[in-house]
Design a binder for this molecule. Structure first.
Ligand SMILES: [Cu+2]
Length: 604
């Protein structure tokens, strides 16, 4: 038995640890396993403990635990939720034995890891799932390094806390230095059963959206924009049967936002010595929540995205889509506390932690920002496009719309967009359900930013003039990735949905309605174009292969496992289809995936 486990503590001991003593430097002094130390002698604090070694055992069960000091029944991994940090080493062979102690099937997907399809962990694709009472052994070579995470790929289990962080230590020195590191895993917890949340979403549009505009908002708008403008803008949204506040479909009205399993009042605290370079490994392990992350008083330097090293980008704030990871370096110089503040994108709540030189210190929390409205920019990329996919919308009203209304609106998002290309686009291939997209004669050169993108925008509710905010345009690979071929063909997939009936799909078809997989030819280089025909963000995740985001970085094109597509946006990614087998491809918003925004990609 080579597994070293730091989670095998009695509950009282663990509670003691969570209470504070071990949150910072304590791990070593309390005699915990050296699992904390990585090859360069840095330490990592993560309150749920770590497992490492060549043979790791994980037990999945549902049990009573306190979350935000209230007893509830999450799914735990080795007794904690979120689960322990799994610490691997680039170049090792990993063996992970997962025992299902639930009364239903389960699974673990290793999010962002490149591995054989049989151990990818998406049930019904190349793996049957793990039956109750069964132990499934995942064995794979670890061929990469960086910050990743794991989660259930069965039903809605991820919403019950069946997730945890993965850190893979690099075989060689990484291209940035740091003295100490901390995992910051963000999740959204609800005391409701996930099935109830899903039912609520299906039966009542906007069920969790308690931030509908009020008469007070109306009066405030009127003062700002005048009566005509305000009335028209509201009438327009009403005609489109959408609320400009449908920014998140599940909100702080049911969610408690957690950092490493701790609610804002519990204030998870990580320690530092002034002058140290700290590496924070941010993981968005939420089911549904995008976060805007900042540490008031500190500049953050983004050094990795989705586990992959990028050219350093100094920022004041970054938005992290569901399932993304970002590594940042900070250097707190002062003997003072700092707040790590992660506001949910819709502003309905926040997660919070503290960085401090000593336990018990606290910094002020920044002022909460106002919820923002989705303006017409959400409709931006749709100029000239076929809206027939958007079944729930009545476009007849829009035809009659007085577009002079739009004059007063903020078109800045649209400025970078070239609509001329889109008008001439051929949408005929959208009708084909099994092979969206077809070979096209004139492909734009690889690495250039494609039209319709908003890579220089952070997205709704975030003001780029206020502070320096990370945008996709900033992401440049630390060094060029090996396959620099031009794409041989282009495949276009539309992200589609019907908000009223809570149906989410690709190319207008739910997963249950499609006949077969999307086909990639083995070893082909292809361009995947994602067009978001909906009013919501979708973080799109491809298993088994990287997606290289065509954000204009030329040969330093960055690669990602999850790409956020903003409302109305068109993004493109290059893929080297080198991973033979069947792979999941889906929106990483849990309820969108479950509703049908899911496909199988077959590489053969
Ligand atoms: Cu989605």
């Amino acid at each position: 038995m080579t597994t070293k486990t730091t989670t095998g503590l009695s509950l009282s001991r663990r509670q003691l640890l969570q209470g504070g003593a071990a949150l910072g430097f304590g791990a070593a002094t309390l005699g915990l396993s050296p699992a904390w130390a990585n090859p360069w002698g840095q330490s990592n604090t993560y309150p749920q403990g770590a497992v490492e070694g060549n043979d790791i055992a994980l037990a999945i069960r549902r049990e009573t635990l306190a979350i935000n000091r209230r007893n509830t029944r999450p799914i735990t991994i080795n007794g904690t939720s979120p689960g322990p940090l799994i610490r691997l080493r680039e170049g090792q062979d990993a063996t992970l034995r997962v025992t299902n102690l639930l009364d239903e099937p389960t699974s673990i997907h290793w999010h962002g890891l490149i591995l054989p399809p049989a151990v990818d962990g998406a049930p019904g694709i190349s793996f049957a799932g793990i039956a109750p009472g069964e132990t499934f052994t995942y064995r794979f070579p670890v061929m990469q390094n960086g910050t990743y995470w794991y989660h259930s790929h069965s039903g809605l289990q991820e919403q019950l806390g069946h997730a945890g962080p993965i850190v893979i230590d690099a075989a060689e020195r990484e291209p940035f230095r740091f003295d100490r590191e901390h995992v910051v895993m963000l999740t959204d917890w609800t005391f409701e059963e996930p099935a109830t949340v899903f039912r609520n979403l299906k039966t009542a549009e906007g069920y969790y959206n308690f931030q509908e505009r009020t008469i007070t908002d109306f009066l405030a708008d009127m003062r700002e924009n005048g009566f005509r403008e305000t009335a028209r803008s509201r009438a327009m949204w009403a005609r489109m049967r959408m609320s400009s506040r449908d920014i998140a479909d599940v909100t702080g009205s049911t969610y408690t936002y957690l950092v490493n399993g701790q609610a804002p009042e519990q204030n998870w605290t990580a320690l530092f010595k002034p002058g140290e370079r700290l590496r924070l490994r941010f993981i968005n392990g939420s089911a549904m929540t995008y976060f805007d992350v900042r540490i008031p008083g500190l500049k953050m330097t983004v050094v990795a995205a989705d586990g992959q090293p990028v050219q350093p980008v100094p920022v004041d704030e970054f938005r992290i889509a569901v399932a993304e990871t970002y590594d940042v370096i900070i250097t707190p110089e002062a003997e003072t506390a700092y707040t790590v503040f992660a506001e949910s994108m819709d502003r309905s709540g926040f997660a919070r932690a503290t960085l401090a030189p000593r336990l018990g210190m606290e910094a002020e929390m920044p002022e909460r920002r106002r919820i923002s409205d989705r303006g017409m920019e959400a409709m931006g990329a749709h100029g000239g496009m076929d809206h027939s996919d958007m079944a729930g919308m009545d476009h007849s009203d829009m035809a009659g719309m007085d577009h002079s209304d739009m004059a007063g609106m903020d078109h800045s998002n649209m400025a970078g967009m070239d609509h001329s290309n889109m008008a001439g686009m051929d949408h005929s291939d959208m009708q084909d359900d099994t092979s969206p997209g077809a070979s096209k004669g004139d492909l734009l050169p690889a690495g250039t930013a494609q039209p319709g993108s908003q890579y220089d925008q952070a997205g709704i509710g975030i003001d780029p003039d206020e502070r320096r905010i990370l945008v996709y345009r900033d992401l440049k690979a630390f060094r060029p990735w090996p396959d620099r071929r031009e794409p041989e063909r282009e495949m276009e997939i539309h992200l589609t949905g019907n908000m009223e009936r809570y149906m989410w799909s690709f190319d207008g078809k739910k997963f249950s309605e499609v006949n077969g997989p999307i086909h990639f030819r083995k070893d082909e280089r292809l361009r995947l174009v994602l067009v978001n025909d909906t009013m919501m963000e979708h973080p799109i995740h491809l298993h088994g292969m990287w997606m290289e985001l065509e954000n204009g970085a030329g040969e330093l094109i960055p690669r990602k496992h999850t790409i956020n597509v903003k409302p109305g946006e068109r993004v493109s990614a290059l893929i080297t289809a080198d991973a033979e087998g069947s792979w999941a491809f889906h929106c990483h918003l849990l309820y969108h995936m479950d509703a049908g925004m899911f496909r199988v990609v077959k590489v053969s």
